[in-house]
Design a binder for this molecule. Structure first.
Ligand SMILES: Nc1ncnc2c1ncn2[C@@H]1O[C@H](COP(=O)(O)OP(=O)(O)OP(=O)(O)O)[C@@H](O)[C@H]1O
Ligand SMILES: [Mg+2]
Length: 252
């Protein structure tokens, strides 16, 4: 059975001593029902790194994030965090220090901003929650002024910030973001970009970001993984994402 890491701080410290990357996926396959979507996907994510996962609609980007979170079954291969295999249950995966913000604005509309954020906090860190909340709010001034309003009345951009804020309440080491800029006003997109740069720097969080907005990915990611039909077909540093690759694998 997979080992569940109880304390990500310890795991992170151990990983930096042993030089393990944050996440390693090896030959991962996954799918739905009898259908196979991911075929032999292998990649790694290093500490404090932003990796853009790109590709046309339906290539398997969301499926890959869901497979990391154990929301999809792992049909083959292995995924490890700080050198230890990930557990097979979603709650246990989030306990290891991975937070996931799904595609669409994943918030509780009838709960206040404060309640939404507190729902993200691990109850095992009760004493630390006020400090974590204060820190998360320091990244999202727009949320601070709406703490007692229901999530459902916020603008789309604020709801996306709330979804990211709730994920940060878990104090993750790895954040998975599925199209966080989709349908969001340009000024909020740049706020989100600034927050990602800051949390990577200040909280030492690694980020996998699924992004259709290539300008955004090219400005903020360190590396890219480009998928086609359930496989990673090109990868490289973000400055190696050429017009040729964009034309071949990304333009519709
Ligand atoms: N719940 C499901 N049941 C069956 N097939 C699914 C399910 N969800 C996704 N698929 C299929 O898996 C494949 C990959 O879908 P996925 O959502 O991972 O792609 P994506 O790259 O995230 O696409 P998009 O850019 O549109 O979000 C597609 O062929 C899709 O139809
Ligand atoms: Mg998707």
């Amino acid at each position: 059975m997979a080992t569940v890491m109880k304390n990500t701080g310890d795991a992170a410290a151990a990983a930096s001593e042993t030089g393990h990357p944050v996440l390693v996926a090896t030959d991962v396959s996954s799918g739905y029902g009898f259908g196979r979507v991911l075929h032999g996907v292998s990649f790694h994510v290093s500490a404090s790194e932003i990796v853009a996962l790109i590709g046309r609609n339906g290539v398997g980007k969301t499926t890959l994030l869901r497979t990391i979170m154990a929301l999809n079954r792992l049909d083959g291969g292995e995924i490890s965090l700080f050198g230890l295999p990930l557990p097979k249950a979603t709650y246990a995966v989030s306990g290891t220090g991975i937070a996931y913000v799904p595609q669409g604005r994943d918030i509780f509309s009838d709960f206040t901003v404060r309640e939404n954020l507190l729902m993200g906090a691990h109850s095992s860190k009760k004493k630390e929650i006020p400090a974590i909340l204060e820190r998360v709010l320091s990244y999202f001034p727009a949320l601070s002024s709406h703490l007692n309003r229901c999530g459902g009345v916020l603008s789309g951009g604020q709801q996306q910030q709330l979804a990211i804020g709730r994920a940060l309440m878990t104090t993750p080491r790895l954040l998975l973001l599925d199209e966080p800029t989709e349908g969001i006003q340009p000024n909020i997109v740049s706020q989100i970009a600034e927050i990602l740069d800051r949390i990577r720097e200040e909280m030492k969080i690694s980020i996998i970001i699924v992004e259709q907005n290539l300008k955004f990915a090219m400005r903020h990611a360190d590396r890219f993984l480009c998928m086609q039909k359930g496989r990673i077909v090109v990868r490289g540093n973000i400055d190696e994402l050429t017009d040729d690759i964009i034309g071949k694998y990304l333009k519709v």
